[in-house]
Ligand binder design. Structure first.
Ligand SMILES: [Zn+2]
Length: 143
């Protein structure tokens, strides 16, 4: 974020959530202002882009949406790299109901309020008692 000396930061209104958003974020500010979106909506638009591509990339990333929360399964990490959580999951559209194991999963958080109809659940935990979010936010906590 650009350091400003005095004065108020440049702002614009997000056309999706109608929240006021800063326009001077260092790398993304120009894009946010050009598209009239806030940082949160910009993030979920990016995630929605992955959903539109079939929830997977050619680089081995897989977007998992379970109970309204999004996770990204990254390619298996190399020694010395940061390692995400291990998770067993089943894809909802897998007719064989195979269990996949991922060892480098990162939580993206609860799907943004304005994107819940667009970014749909595509998986479930293989162990129904397993949860990656023990401190669940109340419904509608994030808009
Ligand atoms: Zn927004």
């Amino acid at each position: 974020m650009r350091v400003r000396r005095g004065g108020k930061p440049e702002m614009h209104t997000c056309k999706i959530c109608k929240q006021s958003s800063r326009s001077d974020y260092l790398k993304s500010g120009k894009r946010l202002k050009a598209y009239s979106v806030c940082l949160k909506c910009d993030f979920w638009l990016t995630v929605y882009g992955y959903a539109c591509q079939g929830y997977e990339t050619n680089e081995g990333y897989r977007l998992l949406v379970i109970d309204g929360r999004a996770y990204v399964s990254c390619p298996a990490s190399q020694p010395g790299e940061a390692v995400g959580l291990k998770m067993d999951y089943i894809l909802l559209d897998d007719t064989g109901q195979n269990t996949f194991t991922a060892n480098n999963v990162w939580s993206l958080g609860e799907v943004g309020y304005y994107f819940r109809d667009l970014i749909e659940d595509n998986a479930k935990f293989a162990n129904p008692r397993f949860t990656m979010h023990p401190y669940k936010y109340p419904a509608g906590a994030y808009r």
